[in-house]
Design a protein around this ligand. Structure first.
Ligand code: 4AD
Ligand code: MG
Length: 461
């Protein structure tokens, strides 16, 4: 269909002065006066609309156009008229309008703004609102910014499996993958597994890290960027059952290198969004988080705080605040603690390092104190954790000891253990929650509004 994308028209509108142009889009609003009908048309390529002006006196099909409603799709041919001094620098004076698809009056997105909760029930239509138009363009741009960063830093992008035989985080929050049908009966769990599709247990991956580590031991620096799945029963604004993670893994690196990499990455991708999605971020500032642009400018340009877990516990213990979960050395930090640290104490993104080994995964590098591991989470105001990572245990004996201590079956991890047998090297990596990063960049308060089709416990639209 011959037409111009509205984003291109807006970028170069002066070039089209007095030309006849064709645009397509959906009607966002219609306003009628005696002589004229004004249509705000949006084709999704830009946040803002194009104004179409229909002169009722001269337009042959005016009656048909005037009766159209919000949501109708149109193809419009008309003259580009520059309107210096107006809010919009140009409009299109219609010559011809083809109605592509009418939209009856039960179209849910009428002029009145709908709540985000309601919009979650219509994921197939909410993308036509400003909020989701802006969100999904930012989501796309953020992904490009991430690839851009790693590519410029000698990382190879690898695809790790989605169906896997191991639970990387060891938290038991996996979705099982099975080809067995309802109603089949089995003598035992062993028989269930042995007769299943893979002849053994299979899960949807909770993290690409273990396979990422193997790739890094041959490619040096890798990153994954893919969907991950967790059957966590956490019904919170920041937990999704299906979310995307970016997991770099770096050979010849320790915890300090990891913090440096994470900070440079967050700065780069924030800057990228500021550069590429100015209109969208202004929209989020105006409607969702006052001060958003100032916040992002600081995130892109100044250094983050670093605080040891032990010190974090001391600070929380001293805090003039009653927490729902009491604080003492050894506890896993809860969102309320994480937010207090980053919002009230450090007032900027904060790396917490060297957590107690008992609350972290088996693969983390054991520190000489025998109590902590070389791990780090990055906490940000408004959300809490957005990155979790660590240096990895590269000593075969220490690693197997940590696994045995946790009662893990070593068999599914044989290949992983081989990495510690053949040319083991210090290495480190982290996982950035992509959807949480998007919450942070847009100021939107719920992860369900960053994902086109969110999945959470009890909810799959
Ligand atoms: O801290 P996590 O569990 O770390 C890992 O999975 C490591 N294997 C990563 C690595 O070292 N390669 O998860 C990493 C990040 C979290 O910081 C959080 O941002 C995000 O993934 N995340 C979730 N995001 C949305 N919904 C959930 N249920 C999430 N669980 C984790
Ligand atoms: Mg974590």
């Amino acid at each position: 269909m011959e037409h111009i994308d509205i984003c291109d028209l807006k970028r170069d509108y002066e070039k089209y002065k007095d030309n006849v142009v064709t645009v397509c889009g959906w009607v966002r609003t219609m306003r009628n006066s005696k002589q004229t009908c004004f249509i705000e048309l949006n084709d999704g390529t830009a946040l803002s609309n194009v104004q179409i002006v229909v002169d009722k006196n001269t337009f042959s099909d005016a009656d048909n156009i005037v009766r159209q409603t919000i949501g109708t799709s149109l193809k419009v041919e008309g003259d580009m008229v520059l309107t210096p001094g107006n809010k919009q620098p140009f409009e299109i004076s219609a010559r011809n309008i083809e109605v592509l698809g009418e939209s009856p009056s039960d179209y849910p997105l009428q002029k009145k703004a709908q709540t985000l909760e309601f919009l979650r029930t219509i994921p197939h239509l909410r993308v036509r609102t400003n909020t989701f138009n802006a969100m999904f363009r930012l989501r796309s741009e953020l992904a490009f910014g991430i690839h851009d960063f790693f590519r410029a830093n000698n990382f190879t992008y690898v695809h790790t499996p989605i169906i896997t035989g191991s639970d990387c985080e060891g938290a038991g929050e996996v979705f099982n993958v099975t080809a067995h049908k309802y109603g089949e009966t089995f003598e035992s769990e062993e028989e269930f597994d042995a007769t299943d599709f893979f002849r053994k247990k299979a899960y949807l991956t909770v993290s690409g890290q273990l396979e990422g580590e193997t790739m890094a031991m041959g490619l040096g620096k890798i990153y994954t960027f893919g969907p991950t799945f967790r059957a966590e029963n956490s019904y919170t604004p920041k937990h999704a059952a299906e979310f995307w993670m970016i997991e770099p893994e770096v050979a010849f690196a320790d915890l300090d290198d990891l913090l440096d990499l994470a900070q440079r990455m967050i700065k780069h991708i924030t800057k990228h969004c500021l550069d590429k999605c100015g209109d969208e971020l202004v929209f989020f500032r105006d409607f969702y988080e006052k001060g958003l642009l100032d916040k992002l400018t600081i995130v892109a340009n100044s250094d983050y705080a670093v605080c040891e877990y032990g010190e974090a516990v001391r600070l929380l213990d001293k805090a003039d605040r009653k927490f729902e979960y009491p604080v003492s050395w050894g506890i896993d930090l809860q969102t309320e603690h994480e937010r207090y640290l980053t919002e009230e104490i450090f007032k900027r993104p904060t790396f917490v390092t060297n957590y107690p080994k008992d609350i972290k995964a088996f693969y983390m590098k054991q520190n000489p104190d025998g109590k902590t591991v070389a791990a780090s989470d990055l906490l940000v105001p408004g959300i809490g954790e957005i990155i979790g990572g660590s240096q990895r245990e590269d000593d075969y004996d220490k690693l197997t000891a940590a696994m045995t201590e946790r009662g893990m079956d070593l068999a599914p991890y044989r290949n992983y253990l081989d990495l510690r047998k053949y040319g083991s090297v210090p290495h480190a990596g982290f996982g950035l929650g992509f959807d949480r990063m998007l919450m942070y960049i847009t100021g939107i308060g719920n992860i369900r509004d960053t994902i086109p089709y969110p999945r959470t416990t009890g909810f799959m639209a």
